[in-house]
Design a protein around this ligand. Sequence first.
Ligand code: DX5
Ligand code: ZN
Length: 218
Amino acid sequence: MKTHKNILAPSLLAGDHSSLLSALKEVETAGAQWIHLDIMDGHFVPNLSFGPQTVADLRPKSSLFFDVHLMLSQPHKYIDAFLKAGSELITIHVEPDYPIQQTLDKIKEANCQCGIALNPNVSAAEVEPFLPSVDLVLAMTVFPGFGGQSFHEEVLPKLKELNELRKKNNYHYRLEVDGGIDLKTAELCKEMGVDTLVAGTAFFKASDRLNFINKIES
Ligand code: DX5
Ligand code: ZN
């Protein structure tokens, strides 16, 4: 019995950055319910994307669910800004050194959903202490920083492990993957119990985006 219905979260990172609003409208027109917003600081990851002002300006123009992925080395310093910008789910990474549980609690206290993310080389054990409190676990299937990278198959056993931990302990989190997700790799992840899938490149390149969404969410 699956805990959550499958959802695609197209990543705005793969849209046209000269007009992020039109890229977001393409996501809406295709029939997606979520948008994945990749926030990069050029420190935790070797790239920069966009910040809270961009999210705040997009917020009133869209009813999509804003799934915000903070790839920041000091995310606790930016929670207020992304809450104010209208995020509905804020995911923070487990790797940097900062008060993780306190930051998750702060996100929840603001009635925003919270998520914990782990990179391909990080074991499920590292996020176990946070599993009772999160609404989402984001298991990266690439090393974050750029769209269009290849899927890391070695993450598959960890997805299965995170799904088993969820079932065994009756946790409520969504299990999300991000990086190199296309129709083929999505099926591999769903077989492991993944229910939330981020796709940037594959979504924006799809010739039939409605079909792409339906296949991913089936
Ligand atoms: C981290 C980013 C990317 C992006 C999706 O690098 O989180 O993974 O969302 O990238 P692609 O284009 O592989 O779907
Ligand atoms: Zn992401």
